[in-house]
Design a protein around this ligand. Structure first.
Ligand code: ATP
Ligand code: MG
Length: 293
């Protein structure tokens, strides 16, 4: 944020979002976090999917694994924001807002990047998170059923018909963000878990994603294939970057290398500000949290 304004910079916020569950948000979040740490950046992470807490568990597994095996690997500064439990909508939302603002407030002036992992459903916290994104990454499983969460398509012509509720929510977040601080949300959709075999269906999906991108104004990242290596790393809290670049104790396979190439292509597409740094001594009210106040 404030990259072009000349004002002191605060954390660049990356939000992982998609109302469809199981599309790869938490897995992608952890890979982005570690990639940024390996750039030498300080990274804050916030899990607002407090029901599942997959990212929180991933970060904890990483800490435990590093301790047990005396690995010198970098870690994010992590927070989990709990859902309100009063059973009263207004009170719960007030509590969630306070907890989220507190988490963001402690990280936005001390971390270069802030990665927020959201739940696979619409809720108040998810909308708060989306409205402060600089970069929104939406992984989608490569099927028409999953793409329906972005927009409706005519089954015959494959032409766009109308945005889905999730895309409407992103559109509102963009408007809100722009009205608050003139900032823009760069929305990038990632086709995840691609089948290694090219098929007629895959080509139809590709065409449809392009159609969606024109109507919904998002950029398309090169896809990430379905690979078992992504599922194996969670218990150790490791990512492809750790396995390939560090002595993590895992054998490096062709599958790891091929998967890392795909994740790097995602990083390139995101065009994250690599030189972005935040002065640890800078404290002011202006920062990503201004977008939700
Ligand atoms: N490219 C991939 N190849 C194989 N498995 C993957 C890939 N990406 C994610 N997975 C697996 O898919 C499952 C769902 O991934 P993940 O938990 O990251 O999705 P999510 O969008 O965060 O889900 P939720 O909406 O429930 O929070 C996990 O078992 C994960 O290991
Ligand atoms: Mg998740």
């Amino acid at each position: 944020m404030n990259e072009s304004s000349g004002l002191p910079q605060t954390a660049h916020v990356i939000v992982l979002g998609n109302e469809k569950g199981g599309s790869g948000k938490s897995t992608t979040a952890m890979h982005l976090i570690v990639a940024l740490l390996k750039w030498g950046k300080s990274v804050g992470s916030i899990d607002i999917d407090s029901r599942q807490q997959s990212l929180t568990r991933y970060v904890e597994n990483r800490k435990n694994w590093a301790e047990q095996h005396e690995l010198l690997i970098p870690h994010p500064n992590h927070r989990t924001v709990a859902l309100g439990s009063e059973g009263h909508l207004r009170k719960d939302e007030d509590g969630e807002f306070a907890a989220f603002a507190d988490a963001v407030g402690t990280l936005e002036h001390t971390c270069d990047f802030l990665v927020i992992d959201s739940p696979g459903s619409d809720n108040y916290l998810s909308r708060l998170g989306h409205s402060m994104a600089d970069t929104l990454v939406t992984p989608v499983n490569d099927s028409f059923l999953d793409l329906d969460v972005l927009g409706n398509v005519c089954p015959e012509t494959l032409q766009f018909q109308r945005p889905s509720q999730y895309s409407e929510m992103v559109s509102q977040s963009r408007k809100r963000r722009f009205s608050v601080d003139g900032g823009e949300i760069d929305w990038v959709v990632l086709r995840n878990r691609l089948s290694p075999l090219s098929s007629r269906n895959a080509k139809r999906i590709e065409k449809f994603v392009r159609e969606l991108s024109h109507h919904l104004d998002f950029r398309i990242a090169p896809g990430v294939s379905e690979r078992v290596v992504f599922r194996e790393l969670f218990p150790q809290g490791l990512t492809l970057f750790d396995v390939i670049e560090d002595e993590s104790g895992n054998d490096v396979t062709m599958s790891h290398l091929a998967a890392q190439v795909e994740v790097r292509a995602l990083l390139d597409t995101l065009r994250l500000p690599r030189s972005h740094t935040v002065s640890a001594s800078f404290h002011s009210g202006a920062g990503p949290s201004a977008a939700i106040r």
